[in-house]
Design a binder for this molecule. Structure first.
Ligand code: MG
Length: 174
């Protein structure tokens, strides 16, 4: 079993919007590609690349996303980030998330949200009556919530500001 840093995709590393093909997106400065009869516009959080490079130097990195893994790969490729996130796991391939002993998940979702409970299940942590008292502690150890990135150049809480928190928690597993 290894130690990994998992990262979320939407609103954590990128902001993606999908428009019907007939929408006027021609002059939009964001990266654009065509996917299943839609125009996809996407942009990277200004601090995403530096953050991924930094954690990639020390840990194995993988992505947990509620989007389709192949779609998110397209998004990341468009932004030149695909080489920095490791494996991408979404609802379509979540059964192949590797067993991981020590991990953190950097995500814009609230730790007590259903989205986080869903992703933790992929990692073998199922919330239930028997562990209900231990659940907040588990969230504390594993989940690092970031401010959601809503697009644009503003990155009020850069992901790189979370690096000390990532290192501290990851050191608990070594
Ligand atoms: Mg998200």
């Amino acid at each position: 079993m290894t130690h990994r840093v998992f990262v979320d995709c939407d609103r954590t590393l990128v902001n993606t919007e999908i428009y019907p093909i007939w929408s006027r997106t021609l002059f939009d400065p964001r990266k654009k590609f065509f996917f299943q009869w839609n125009n996809v516009l996407t942009e990277a959080r200004p601090s995403a690349k530096a953050f991924l490079e930094e954690i990639g130097r020390q840990y194995e990195v993988a992505m947990l996303t509620l989007g389709h893994s192949k779609f998110q790969f397209r998004v990341l490729k468009e932004l030149g980030l695909e080489g920095l996130v490791g494996e991408i796991y979404g609802p379509d391939n979540c059964e192949s998330v590797p067993a991981t002993e020590g991990f953190v998940l950097v995500d814009d979702m609230e730790p007590h949200s259903l989205a986080i409970a869903y992703k933790l299940r992929w990692l073998g942590h199922q919330r239930g009556l028997e562990n209900h008292a231990l659940w907040p502690g588990l969230l504390d150890r594993h989940i690092i919530q970031c401010q959601p990135f809503m697009g644009g150049m503003a990155d009020e809480e850069p992901l790189t500001a979370l690096l000390p928190s990532v290192h501290t928690r990851m050191s608990e597993w070594q």
